[in-house]
Design a protein around this ligand. Sequence first.
Ligand code: GLN
Length: 254
Amino acid sequence: MKNIVKILAVMLVAVMALGCLASCGADKGGDKVYKIASDNAFAPFEYLDAETNTYVGVDMDIMAAIAEDQGFKYEMANVGFDAALGQVQAGQADGVIAGMTIKPEREEIFDFSVGYFEDGQIMVVAADSDIASMEDLAGKVVATKAGTMGLEFAEANKEKYGYTTTMFEGSVEMYQAVAQGSCVACFEDRAVIGTAIAKGEVDLKTVGEVINPAPYGFAVNKGQNPELIEMFNKGLENIKANGKYDEILAKYGM
Ligand code: GLN
C-alpha cells in the first residue's frame, strides 16, 4: 500500500515536471523582458502606494495577472501619461497601459488591445465653485493634462465658450491648479476624479454628465510587438473567465 502511494507520488511529480517543461518552454515571450510604460498618479489605475513605495492599481494588477497567465516577463516604468505614450512611439518602451482611451486618431499611431474598461471625462471644479456649465467658463482659465482626452476636449471647445487653457504634466498638478483657483475647471476621467474625491484627497466636485465614454486599451507602437497585443487579449479573456479580472476591479472599488 505504502509503495503504491510512493509510486503515485513519483508519477505525479513526473507529470508536473513534464507539464512545466511543456508550458514553461512554450513561453511566447521567451526570454524577452518587455518594457511597459504607464502613468504615475492616476488612481485607481496606477498610483504610488505610500506604505509599500510601489505602484499599484487596476492597470498594474491587470498587467501582472495577464503576464502570469501568458507567461511573459515585463518591467513597468511609471513615467507619466504623456511620457509613456512618447516612450512607446520612440521605441523606448514596448507597450503602454495607462487608462488610455482607444480612439481613431490614436489608432493611426498605436495598435490597441480589446477594451478592458470603459470611462469618459467629466468637468471638475472647486468644491465651493459656482461654475455649473461650459457657458460659465467664459473668460476663465481651464487646466489640462498633457496628451489626454481631457486636454483634447478643452482645446476643442475653448473658442466656442471663450476660455483659455493652461497645461500640466500630471493629474495631481491639474487638480491643484483648480483647487487653488489659478484655474476654474479641468476635465478628468470620471472614475479617477471620483476616486480622488472619495478618498478625500481633493477639495473638488464634478459638474454635469460624462463626456465621450469609450474603452481603455493596452497599446503598442503601430506594427510592433503584435505578439504582445495577442497575449494581452488572450490573457484578458482568461482572467475574465477565471474571476481574477472582477477581483482586481473590486479590490480598487470599481
Ligand atoms: N483616458 C484619458 C486618455 O486616454 C486619460 C488617461 C490618463 O490621464 N492616464 O487620454
